[in-house]
Design a protein around this ligand. Structure first.
Ligand code: ME8
Length: 637
């Protein structure tokens, strides 16, 4: 029976452009949505951007832009990326949308009228980067955020509070009654332990900045804006018309809110409490995936190890990239991104096991049967293999909404292995020679039938490539065909195959192992002539930046402390030995070239996060500068 299914991604902050982590979340959610449609459910897939709050206000200011102007710019880069990636979202919500603001205000008012919101005074610590309140006891070394390790600020301001403490018992009961509410199950303890410390009421409004949704007019509190996490979480309802026309509210409650482990607490604790207060049903699952690192380190712009999803998709193919992300790491675990591992999976699993199976099928079908197949003898010769495959496939559906995605793919590869084994055992070329054409036909049509099923099963993983596979088999990827071939185990009686224009999964040279992003493993050195490879050169990331602050370090003869805007969240602090040649006036608001991926080091007790390029000869020192003004953060190559 068709159900209404809502799948969501987090809405991404617009202070950063999309990297592989965001792509990972969105691709998993896309897989869930595509799968849900394929099995016949009426599916609504929601993604978007989170645009309010202090962090965004600050980032915009650093770039000399208004928050809205800045949010428009970055939100578009997310939307464009998902469009380029063929992400099958139904709605891209922005928290600056007017309808969203209406819904947030309606929810605030409802909770207020219910008596779940009261006015008070907040005194405590706040991490702007995570947009999170912390108690002193939670901080690292008394002043650093326990999550992102950045310095927190002390807040003292009037605030409205949500009576989170009143929901403690109901939340504990929720985790007990619904053991699959948080997936993977192991992550549940994290939340339960957090509650064990006792739940404090949550500050849900701010007065020290203004970039947010105003409180409902009825409250007459023009100084307050809604806390960005309440604002953001509400997107899951406002996207459905909550507080306005309720147009799509029949999709509520969500089937899965997909999130990274960093934001599990907001979704598994605050969000159900807000929903209880709003008298709304709770989502079925909050599914939290693990973290991608590069060479074992957290990806960050300042370290210069951010993996660009678009670049990966362009180089290795979008579907190959999707396959790798979904197959490499069991859901919930952390993974380290390596191109070498990706190439190995493409070559052995996609190219050998799957692509080559199609080649073998097409080769035999063309040579022996003019690409026309008849399946009448499949049961006679392949009953046993068919039973094994049917059993494997029947189990697959259980894996998807329990988020065992790598297991889902792994079992499809067991099906492919059975097909490849069947060819070896049957030796159809020998059967043809012996005049046993029926047996050869049975084998080839068996392969065609199984590949037809595989094209349906893998469509949510690799939509474009599976379209090519299905077309070559003369099959359409539809919910009807899914029911026929996967649920009812029907056999396609005849085929007229066509050969695709290109090979399904071309191989990549294993020499990609030497790729420059697999840094640690692939150090290149100067050769005997003192020359370096181009990869060595490109290891240094050089960018254009604007000097926005100059401080004379009195204790040093040479050093000036500069703040340089490289188009990042916050300006870089760089110490440069240029005092003898430049002063504040000649530096301020001018552009320079910066090596941006140097390991930070301390000079005269100050952290220096990069190096300014300069040239010195007997006449003195000059800074290297762009010929004309370039956007901050522009790469030098
Ligand atoms: O937290 N590995 O937005 P955000 C895996 N606006 N996933 C990663 C990742 C990594 N290295 N880095 C980021 C917010 N992610 C809020 C959400 S929802 C109501 C509000 C993914 O832009 C992961 O899904 O910081 C994480 O939860 C999300 O990006 C955080 O995105």
């Amino acid at each position: 029976m068709s159900k209404k299914i809502l799948i969501t991604t987090p809405i991404y902050y617009v202070n950063d452009i999309a990297h592989i982590g965001h792509a990972y979340t969105t691709i998993i959610a896309d897989l869930l949505a595509r799968y849900s449609r394929l099995i016949g459910h009426d599916t609504y897939f929601l993604t978007g951007t989170d645009e309010h709050g202090q962090k965004i206000e600050q980032s915009a200011k650093q770039r000399g832009k208004s928050p809205k102007e800045y949010a428009d710019e970055i939100s578009k880069t997310f939307k464009n990326l998902w469009d380029d990636f063929g992400i099958s979202y139904d709605k891209f919500i922005r928290t600056t949308d007017e309808d969203h603001k209406i819904g947030v205000k309606a929810a605030f008012l409802k909770m207020y009228k219910k008596g779940d919101i009261y006015k008070g005074f907040y005194e405590g610590f706040y991490c702007v980067s995570c947009e999170t309140f912390h108690t002193k006891a939670q901080l690292l070394e008394e002043s650093f955020c326990p999550d992102c390790k950045k310095k927190v600020s002390l807040l003292k301001e009037e605030s409205f509070f949500f009576k989170l403490s009143a929901y403690e018992d109901r939340l504990i009961k929720l985790y007990e009654d619904k053991p699959d509410f948080i997936l993977p199950r192991a992550k549940r303890n994290e939340i339960v332990n957090f509650i064990k410390g006792g739940l404090k009421d949550l500050s849900i409004s701010r007065t020290s900045f203004s970039w947010g949704v105003k409180l409902p007019d009825e409250l007459n509190e023009p100084e307050h804006v809604v806390y960005v996490w309440l604002d953001a979480l509400m997107n899951y309802l406002t996207a459905l018309g909550y507080g306005k026309n309720e147009e799509k509210m029949d999709f509520w409650p969500a089937k899965v809110h997909l999130v990274g482990k960093d934001i599990l607490r907001f979704h598994a604790l605050y969000w159900p409490a807000f929903l209880m207060s709003l008298d709304l049903p709770l989502p079925s699952h909050i599914a939290a995936h693990g973290w991608w690192t590069k060479d074992g380190e957290k990806m960050s712009k300042s370290v210069g190890n951010v993996v660009n999803p678009k670049e990966m998709a362009l180089t290795y193919g979008l579907d190959e990239f999707r396959y790798f992300l979904l197959r490499e790491v069991p859901f919930g675990q952390d993974g380290d991104f390596s191109k070498t591992a990706m190439v190995q999976r493409i070559n052995s699993e996609l190219s050998n096991d799957l692509g080559n199976l199609l080649n073998r099928l097409l080769g035999m079908a063309e040579k022996y049967f003019d690409l026309k197949l008849n399946s009448k003898d499949i049961i006679k010769y392949h009953k046993k293999d068919l039973k094994l495959i049917n059993d494997l496939i029947a189990n697959l559906e259980n894996y998807i909404f329990t988020m065992q995605i790598s297991k889902y793919i792994e079992d499809i590869w067991k099906v492919l292995a059975l097909c490849n084994k069947a060819i070896t055992e049957c030796e159809p070329w020998a059967k043809i020679k012996e005049g046993k054409t029926d047996e050869a036909m049975a084998l080839v049509s068996f392969l065609a039938n199984i590949l037809a099923r595989v094209s349906l099963l893998l469509e949510p993983v690799m939509p474009e490539k599976m379209q090519v596979l299905a077309t070559s088999l003369g099959l359409e990827i539809t919910a009807d065909n899914y029911t026929k071939l996967i649920k009812n185990e029907e056999i396609i009686e005849t085929f007229k195959l066509t050969k695709p224009d290109n090979i399904l999964f071309p191989k990549f040279e294993e020499e990609t192992k030497k790729d420059e992003t697999d840094t640690k493993k692939n150090e290149e050195h100067k050769d005997e002539d003192g020359l370096i490879g181009i990869n060595d050169f490109f290891k240094s990331e050089m960018k254009i930046g604007t000097i926005i602050e100059v401080e004379d370090l009195k204790k040093s003869k040479k050093l000036l402390k500069l703040k340089i805007d490289l188009g990042e969240d916050k300006p870089r602090q760089i110490l440069a030995g240029i005092k003898e040649f430049y002063n504040e006036e000649s530096l301020l608001n001018t552009q320079v070239c910066v090596v941006a991926n140097l390991k930070p080091m301390k000079l005269m007790g100050y952290l220096s996060e990069g190096m300014v390029l300069a040239c010195k000869d007997k006449n003195g020192l000059i800074l290297l500068r762009p010929e004309s003004k370039k956007e901050n953060g522009s790469k030098i190559s």
